[in-house]
Design a protein around this ligand. Sequence first.
Ligand SMILES: [Zn+2]
Length: 324
Amino acid sequence: MKPAQLIILFLLAIFLGCKNPTSEKVEKAPEKSEKAIQSKPVVSFTFDDGNTSNLAGFQFKKWNRMILSHLEKEDLKAVFFITGKNKLNTKGQYLLKSWNDDGHTIANHSFSHPNFNSEKNTAQVFENELIKTDMIISKFSNHTKLFRFPYLKEGQHQAKVDSIRNILSKHNYLNGYVTIDASDWYVDQRLIRKIKEVGLDAIDIDTFKDFYVQHILERASYYEKLSYEMNGRHINHTLLLHHNLTSALFLGDLIKEFKEQGWDVIDADKAFQDEIFKSIPKSNFAGESLIYSMAKQSGKYDHVLRYPAEDSRYEKEEMDKLDL
Ligand SMILES: [Zn+2]
């Protein structure tokens, strides 16, 4: 072997010797930097209840399909928190199948939508409600053991919240927390009322759409700002919307606006993997959105927190003014 060949072999040996530690570092780097460079706010979409009625002239199957089409167009998966009561008949089963078949996740939102801050809805009532709807959703391949509290009420006092939390974990359930709460249900209510009043053709649908989109984005920015101050990072948000006509008509525009305002839009099942959902507030601060109760618990944000956190009373005046 010539000296030149020996030198090449020697250099090759050094290079190969270095290769493993180097490539290990390279492999690890993207994972670390992915977390570090999450520079944009992140939102995912969750839908509550599950209505099987025709709405203001829109046939049930048609408006339900409109929601699913918006999600499909954006290649986006949602979590659908359903109430059990109206899901046992043909229409209810059709609804669950349509979401499950499109790859969305089906989760638990009680059987009859009780308010667990009310005296009469005890922890025993809670367990019954949880089990009844679990039996309905567990037949669908994409079901998950997340429970969303009706009205985001988890119990009117600490002892009851604790009992309910024990029942949740006994059944291997987690709280399907909302981080961004808003009043889409109220805009929907007024939209339906207006369509009934003046007819679909005479309605100023763009003004409704603009109000809706700007309202949701405004609440999203509010919760994102609060969350960023507390957590020092952009968490994966879970936005609460409802299975209703505003979702059917405006969801596409809403997703577009989130993107235009610099938000990343992700699948809701992925969003729920965020560590934030393990930081469960103390039971005396339970209820409302997760960000709200974290802020309440910190004691630092009382000047920017209102109660109720979200309600029709905050939107009524502006909607009246716009004749919506
Ligand atoms: Zn609900």
